[in-house]
Ligand binder design. Structure first.
Ligand SMILES: [Zn+2]
Length: 71
């Protein structure tokens, strides 16, 4: 990892999305975890929060947090 700093880093995770009804392909999304001064924030590449901005996290972020055992 470049510029490794224990208090300040980002990590990207691949998360499996749902199957596209039109193309039949599985969508894959990238969830980016940003760790800054002890605070984790997550951002997903899926369009869920673009369509529904009131969502604080899409299902991919929630799933990733469960895997990482974060609140
Ligand atoms: Zn997502």
């Amino acid at each position: 990892m470049d510029n490794w700093d224990v208090n300040n880093w980002t990590h990207k995770y691949g998360e499996m999305g749902s199957r596209d009804k039109k193309t039949g392909k599985l969508n894959n999304y990238i969830v980016t975890q940003t760790h800054k001064n002890g605070v984790n924030t997550f951002k997903c590449s899926c369009p869920a929060t673009t369509y529904r901005p009131w969502l604080e996290a899409c299902k991919h972020i929630k799933r990733l947090k469960e895997k990482l055992m974060l609140p």
